[in-house]
Design a protein around this ligand. Structure first.
Ligand SMILES: C[S@@+](CC[C@H](N)C(=O)[O-])C[C@H]1O[C@@H](n2cnc3c(N)ncnc32)[C@H](O)[C@@H]1O
Length: 355
């Protein structure tokens, strides 16, 4: 058995022991080795909260261990604008944590032969697992970033799996492949795009991470009915995903949002009504800033947000690796599959309703 096979076996056993990998999905996880989908350059938290490039060639053993740890791995920062020799600001693509992938696949209830649409191809690992279950010809995966999509296409071909990889905005779904039995998003939305409802057959399921600027994120499972509406529930509230590009919040590019805000602020007029308004807003903002302890906590949360981690989970280390559960640790961040917590209050999209 190779090192990679041994590590994969260990990971699969750990996921099964933690109750987050069902017997149905076990063969797929064993057959689709995760390290094949991990790029040679990955982005890890160097300890100060900023994603830093790590090259496989510098420490192949550490790279392989990371590939088989139960944690997300940053695979792109700043929408690709930062060279892979440096330090980034925001993780913009990743290969999701295995325990989250396995839980999502469980909730999705995929059967062999079903038509599946994935939004957010990323590394292609989840698409490969879906293809193993549903059949490669039945899986379409959409990625907005052309470079990431190209790499996933290549990796999937090397792994011998053949889902259709589409370069495009997943918010539009992929009409030529519709209707789908299952739609799964691996990037978070605030509003469920109605195209996903339209392209799902009645009785089909949509699973997506859902969050708002004020709430940290949960998985929503919707069932589409014959009237073109979708009803659903929260099935898990322990996830934190990067946003679907068009729904990022606060809206920002890969630039430095704080600096941009300051420039706008400083160029505002200092006199007259606008000046008074500006002073008033500043005064209120200062009052809301709180003491040094509060500011320190906010700074830490800001750093985590930059890494795509919107809620540090208790018992889990901080940073992008922060969502990793320490091996053997109690699975607070990864409850056994099948949990069904809370009802969905409102899900956006023109005719998407809560039940
Ligand atoms: C968490 S990663 C996906 C992980 C992936 N499923 C895997 O197995 O590695 C989220 C991905 O969604 C992509 N994405 C963001 N917005 C998108 C959009 N509007 N349409 C399609 N893909 C999008 C990002 O570029 C990123 O690669």
């Amino acid at each position: 058995m190779s090192d990679a096979e041994a590590l994969n076996q260990r990971l699969v056993d750990e996921l099964a022991d933690a109750g987050v990998l069902s017997d149905r999905w076990r063969p797929a996880f064993l057959a689709v080795p995760r390290h094949l989908f991990v790029p040679d350059v990955i982005w890890v938290d160097a300890g100060d909260g900023t994603p830093t490039a790590r090259r496989r060639e510098d420490d192949p053993a550490a790279w392989l261990e990371t590939a088989y740890a139960d944690g997300p791995i940053g695979t792109q920062v700043d929408d690709g604008a930062t060279p892979d020799t440096g330090r980034g600001l925001l993780v913009t693509s990743s290969i999701s944590a295995p325990s989250i992938v396995s839980r999502m696949l469980h909730y999705l209830q995929v059967e062999p032969g079903m038509r599946v649409l994935e939004i957010g191809t990323g590394s292609g690992w989840n698409a490969a697992l879906l293809a193993h279950m549903a059949g490669g010809q039945n899986v379409v995966t959409v990625e907005i970033d052309p470079g990431i999509a190209d790499r996933a296409r290549k990796t999937l071909a090397e792994a011998g799996v053949s889902p259709t990889v589409v370069t495009g905005d997943g918010a539009d779904g992929y009409p030529p492949g519709a209707p789908y039995d299952r739609v799964i998003a691996t990037a978070a939305v605030q509003r469920v795009p109605y195209a996903w409802v339209e392209q799902t057959r009645p009785g089909g399921l949509i699973l997506t991470p859902w969050a708002t600027a004020f709430d940290e994120g949960a998985l929503v499972l919707l069932t589409v009915d014959e009237h073109g509406t979708a009803h659903g529930r929260f099935v898990d509230n322990t996830v934190a995903f990067m946003w679907l590009r068009a729904q990022r919040t606060p809206p920002r590019t890969a630039g430095r949002p704080d600096r941009r805000r300051r420039i706008v602020h400083d160029s505002a007029p200092r006199r007259g009504r606008l000046g008074r308004l500006r002073r008033l807003v500043r005064g209120r903002a200062a009052a809301a800033r709180g003491g040094p302890k509060v500011r320190r906590r906010r700074r830490r949360h800001r750093r985590l947000r930059l890494l795509g981690v919107r809620r540090p989970v208790v018992g889990v280390r901080a940073g992008h690796r922060g969502r990793d559960r320490a091996p053997g640790a109690p699975a607070r961040a990864a409850p056994p599959v099948g949990g069904d917590r809370g009802r969905l209050p409102v899900v956006g999209g023109p005719r998407t309703t809560a039940d």
